[in-house]
Ligand binder design. Sequence first.
Ligand code: HEM
Length: 451
Amino acid sequence: MQSQANKNKTVNQPPRVGGLPILGSALKMRVDPLAYFVDLYKRHGPVFEIKLLNQTYLVMAGIEANHFLAREGDECLGSDVLFGGFAQELGSEALLTALDGPPHKHQRKIQRRGYSRESILNSIEDVVRITGGFTSAWQPNAILPVFPTLQRIVTEQLGHLLLGRSCGDYFDDLWLLLNTNMKVHVMKTHPMRLLTERRYLRAKARGNELARTVLDWQRAHPPVDRAANLVDDLISAVNEKGEPYSDQMIMATILGAYFAGMDTVAATASFMLYAILKTPGLLKRVTEEVDTVFSQGPLTADGLRQMHVLHNTAMETLRYYPVAAFTPRTVSKPFTFASFQFEQGRQVFVANTLTHFLPEFFVHPEVFDVDRYDRPDYKKVPQALAPYTLGAHTCLGAGMAEVQLMLVIASILRNVSLQLHPADYQVTVYASPIPNPGQKFSVRVIGQRKP
Ligand code: HEM
């Protein structure tokens, strides 16, 4: 066993975590994988090796691992093995998440405006209206499964914001397309044959049909009397070789935009709602704040800035329930970290959110505490809070996601009264395809409340 104390000694083999035959740590990783990694970090130090089914992974953890990812990740750790298969399945290898180096940097610059915080701040009313379209149908005493409901709301909003078209009836197809590819290509926990099943192929064809409709509409309606969006920016851009992007690449990016919040924002918003309903006194504080701001008239960016408790709740949710808990990568250039050699081709998990649970960065990290950021003893340590990962691939939609989280939860709390169902429900963090509260987490609608 390798402890923190002797981490400076040069050793050849990182500590290997024992596990079940064949499965390795796979069962332990099914529920709350981050808690499992925190425990392993405390026992083994900043580098250890785990086995998941037939794959082995080197885990890098702790603040130094975060610094490494931020500074040297782009040079030494590649994304192609992680997202390349997914990109190919969508018809284009030039998908942002699967690229590295200069082509990635070039494309990221083009997409920055479409995914910006400003583009959602300019459409606050639309986001509030879309949420209201859902909540107005929630009848008293109805039991709502939170995560799937929020997946629909969030995806509808992002389609409208980023692409000028909500997904509507295509939601189920998009969901199956994303979910299957995450399991087969990204997590690599499911067999390739899922990609040949009839219902998957139908979903893929429908997804492509939607992407084609969006692209054709955008081409036929250039942004003359409307704001340019992500698709307009891609249509008018050229790649790093000076060539226009292919229709296939733009269509894959359109699908990627529909996928962007379906798991991430929806799972985070679900945990946020859970925390608000569960934490004593928090529902009252947030609702009072939301009511005060909404009573001033249509919600604006200024109004959003007044929602301090809600903002802190979003931050604390991103810390306590990080849905992108690890960053999977493949070593593209050998390097040494904490005296361990990382050979080319090794698969790596950088546990970028493990620091969220270390008391040296967050006092009593096991407590969900929305006021921690306002206390004099809170010291912001660079890269200790990393819910969107770090380095070249840091979430491009982080600013948009933060605003969307606040808008969705504020609108829901303004429109309806909810309680946990059952009232003493304790959430579980399921790991697949990314950490989420599962299908069982539900709320009961007490009633409509907007005056
Ligand atoms: C709570 C919500 C979100 C979380 C926790 C999150 C997290 C992440 C993470 C960890 C990555 C890096 C993945 C990797 O390279 O392995 C990423 C990438 C990305 N995210 Fe997000 N995301 C969220 C919401 C969003 C939203 C709402 C959008 C778009 C509106 C978005 C757009 C993107 C894009 C375009 C990338 C690719 C960046 C690149 O490869 O350079 N994300 N996100």
